[in-house]
Design a protein around this ligand. Sequence first.
Ligand SMILES: Nc1ncnc2c1ncn2[C@@H]1O[C@H](COP(=O)(O)OP(=O)(O)O)[C@@H](O)[C@H]1O
Ligand SMILES: [Mg+2]
Length: 507
Amino acid sequence: MQETRQAFAESRAAKTLREIFQSGRPLIYIRSAEEQRVALVLRAAARSFAAEPLPVLTWSLTEGMRHEDGELQEGIEGPREALDFIAAFQSPAIFHLKDFHDPLRESAAIRRRLRDLYESCLDQQRFIVITSPVRFVPEEIERDLVYLELQLPDLVELSHFLREETRQLSARGIEADSSEATLAQLARTLQGLTLNESRHAVRRAVSTTGHLGSDSLPALLEEKRLLVNRSGVVEFVTGNTEISQIGGLEVLKQWLIERKKLFQLRDNLSTDIVPKGVLVMGIPGCGKSLCVKAIGSYFDLPLYRIDMIEVFSGRHGPPEGAFVQACKMLEEMAPAVVWFDEIEMGITSADTGGEQGRIFAFFLTWMQEKARGLFVAATANRIDLLPAEMIRKGRFDEVFFVDLPLDEERADIFKVHLSRRGVDPAQVNIGRLVAFANGWTGAEIEQCVVSAMTKARLEDRDMTEQDLVNVASDIVPLSRTMKEQINHIRGWASERALRASRRPITR
Ligand SMILES: Nc1ncnc2c1ncn2[C@@H]1O[C@H](COP(=O)(O)OP(=O)(O)O)[C@@H](O)[C@H]1O
Ligand SMILES: [Mg+2]
């Protein structure tokens, strides 16, 4: 029974089309390179439009006019005959005209005929759907026509697609797990891709693993990473980072734990309570990026990173356009965590055209209006470069300041990195190391552990506490050489941000 119910779930795209049909507009133009997908969506909309599904007839220059069962309608070859056929058709139906932009461009007679058809199809439940990879809408029919660009497929559409895909794989004798749980898991992984890209990803995964099931996830994720990253500005970040891998930063961690609950309830909460996002600023190497990766995993959502350096590089067109487009693309990928990494990176003093200002203004409006399912995590080293509106209450749910780790936090960070590398922290006098590591960043603590491990490995023995101490005495922490900058950041943040650690540092 599950199967039947699922089959009737309506995708976002099918719903859009059904609503257009119901509004009675007979002429629709869909720009999409995904003809197969459009055909599926059309059929779904045709089914849900009325109790009795509308038949879908398809015309193309090479295939002529075909009925839904594939049967050819004799004698209908050129575009003119196709339109005449529609004019003479007496009962409700949907006519899918593939690549009809060419005849529209070439022939005034065709354009005229289409306008006549508008009149004769109106209120007759006969719908003409033109599809084309390009937008070509002649002026004289512009007002009679609904123009549509399909958004990325949603979970319903991806599940339909996967069900069909598993059916085809099984028919070819390839093992494919079609349980609802697995399909839902796979669909979530494919979210953010077009249907063609999804098909490509699935086939690649099948060719690597020999079958399709929940253990195909890593291969699918990797394909998705490659496909998403082709866009250049948005990067799909894979990998699991547990909250337990963060040493210290207890206030921030506790906040995230609470936010996760609220975020999961987002559809039933008023807009002002739904978590929008967090800005994490502070000293380089103290775990800002680490925290954002942990948010993705902890919220159990895909994580997309926007590279501000790429945005401003000009490699993807004018920065403003590239940025706006990236944000739009992310809207379609909800639910997700969106990471604006080192968001101040784009800011330079040489902004003569006001482009940076416009980008940040757009960003702030977008933050207010974006889809509920997007949680924004922005990180910044030099928050003092950011426009003041960005930090003002209400933009982000919270602004956190990540300082150099406190004694206890450094102990925590040592433990995290030792255990991650298979060393039992109980074997090491952590207190001694913590004293050595006064003023170190988390990254420096990690570097100390890695160097000591490397040294021991090279000498073909286990690492000892003395290895750690030896390395530690050689490390010159950033905070010593950058004392002034750090004090500047601290002074700036103390009034504007919440400390991510539990108690204030005593200086
Ligand atoms: N609080 C921390 N707990 C555990 N590891 C840390 C912490 N801070 C930094 N690190 C280590 O240092 C690396 C670099 O930190 P990162 O999060 O990239 O710093 P930031 O983004 O603040 O510059 C991390 O990947 C992690 O291995
Ligand atoms: Mg970082």
